[in-house]
Structure formats: C-alpha cells, structure tokens
Design a protein around this ligand. Structure first.
Ligand code: HEM
Length: 249
C-alpha cells in the first residue's frame, strides 16, 4: 500500500506541476486585446500591485459583492494557508532557520485550529450551493464534488490531529523518502490513506478544473491593468506587430 501511494503521489505531483505550469504559460502568452480594468481602477503600476494584493489577501471584490460568500470563502482559504504551513514540518528539518516559526507559532498554537476554519468555510460554501436557488440552478456535479473532496481531506486531517493520531515521525520519514526515491512505509491509518488518496485526486484535477483560479486571478485583465487608456495607447503585442507593419508600408 505504501509503495502504491508513493507512486500515486509522484505521478499526481508531476501532472500537477507540469500541467499547471503549462496553463500558466498559456495564460501568460494569451494577449489581452482590450483595455478593460474594472473602474475605479489604479492609474499606476504600483497601484495595480496594491489592488492585486488586496484582491488576493482580502478578496476585496468578493467582499463588495457578497458578504456571505466572502466570510466562508475567506475562512476556507485562510484555513488552507495555515494548514499548508502546518504541513511544512513534514519536509522542513529542525535545523532549518524557519523551524521555530513553523513549529512554535503555526503548528503548536493557532495553526491547530486552521483545519476547523477550513472545513466550516467549505460547509458554508456547500450549503450555499444547496440552499440558494439561483446558485443551485447553475451548479454542476463537479462544483459539489470538489467541495466534498476538500471537506473530506479536511475532516480526515482533523481526525488524525484530534481523534485517532498517527506517528508523525514515521510519516515524515515517508515524505522525505519520497523525495530521495527511498520509499519508506506509511503509518497505519485509514484516515491517512483517505487523506492522501484525495490529495492525489486534488493534484490530478487541479490543472483541468476551476481550481485553476488560484494562479488565474493574477492574469485577470479586469484586475491587472492600469487605467491609462487616454495617456497611453493600448496595443496587445500581436496587434502592435500588425499595426507597425501597416504603418511601415
Ligand atoms: C502529501 C500531502 C499531505 C500529507 C502527507 C498530509 C498529512 C497530514 C497529517 C499527518 C495530518 C494530521 C496532522 C497532525 O496529526 O497533527 C494532516 C492534517 C490536515 N491536513 Fe493534510 N496532508 C497532505 C496534504 C494536504 C492537503 C493538500 C490539504 C488541503 C487541501 C490538507 C489538509 C489538512 C487539514 C485541514 C488537516 C487538519 C488540520 C491540521 O492538522 O493542520 N492536507 N495532514
């Protein structure tokens, strides 16, 4: 079982990195032919950086449009971020200068409860899909399944943290072994197997699903453009080439 899960983790990691990288490259190369920042928009590049930071950290535009989705969405993502930092202890060694922060601040203190924030946020987002008629109408099976998948990842993680407990030292050896192709056995735990198999599914579907909004937000022209169409003529690179050819002739 350990070898099988190790292989699955490797394959899914390669799919995740390779295809997400390809998607980001595609986003990077796709021209934005029109000047379409949502106004009021920043008139300088620095302003755009601040706008993007507010969007990514605080979910500003979601806050303006819907407070319920904002509360649950923000809770989930904040919980996810903290859970991510908590998981770093499986790959960071105690000699690393980051260790005191990861171990004392995040793992031992409030980070323990991040999983609850994550799951409560996800349950709120799932309830919205069932309870709000307008949203139920536009929801497809994948919308529900992705939420359920994340909830089960969170709940199985919380089970390990607070109910069944697992040998985290053995798990760390398994994870470190993965990177050195020195496969070790996993601690015995049903919750861990469920957790890891769903993480495999998560990595496999990430590059082909709406979960891509994570890197995608940075490429959104309504958010990343400077509002200066009168000061500077906007031409997408491919349009600029055609335009220059035309002018030269
Ligand atoms: C290969 C990758 C992963 C491994 C080896 C792993 C392992 C674990 C383990 C052992 C725990 C229990 C921690 C404890 O006993 O204190 C845990 C908890 C948790 N995991 Fe994971 N996990 C992985 C990926 C993920 C991912 C991708 C997510 C989110 C999408 C996630 C979300 C959680 C949550 C919410 C908890 C409960 C809260 C906490 O203890 O931080 N895990 N994970």
């Amino acid at each position: 079982m350990s070898g099988f899960i190790a292989a699955l983790l490797w394959v899914s990691l390669l799919v995740f990195v390779g295809f997400t990288g390809a998607k980001i490259r595609q986003y990077w190369k796709t021209p934005a032919p029109l000047k379409i920042p949502t106004t009021p928009a920043p008139v300088t590049q620095t302003g755009v950086v601040f706008r993007m930071a507010r969007e990514v950290v605080l979910f500003e535009s979601l806050f303006k449009s819907n407070k319920w989705i904002w509360v649950f969405g923000w809770m989930f993502h904040l919980g996810l971020l903290l859970a991510f930092f908590r998981h770093l202890r499986y790959v960071v060694s105690p000699e690393n200068f980051m260790w005191p922060v990861i171990s004392n601040v995040i793992v031992q203190s409030f980070g323990q409860y991040a999983g609850f924030a994550m799951v409560i946020g996800l349950l709120g987002l799932l309830a919205r899909r069932f309870l709000v008629e307008r949203i139920r109408y536009i929801s497809s099976p994948s919308d529900y399944l992705m939420l359920v998948m994340l909830i089960v990842i969170g709940v199985s993680g919380l089970m390990m943290s607070f109910v069944t407990h697992i040998d985290v030292v053995q798990l760390k050896m398994f994870v470190m072994g993965l990177f050195g192709f020195d496969f070790q056995s996993l601690p015995e735990s049903i919750a861990l197997i469920v957790h890891l198999l769903l993480v495999v599914v998560l990595m496999l579907i990430f590059p082909f699903s709406k979960l891509l909004h994570a890197p995608g937000v940075f490429f959104s022209p309504t958010r990343n453009q400077v509002d200066n169409p009168r000061e500077k003529r906007h031409l997408a690179p491919w349009a600029a080439e055609k335009y220059n050819d035309h002018v030269d002739k």
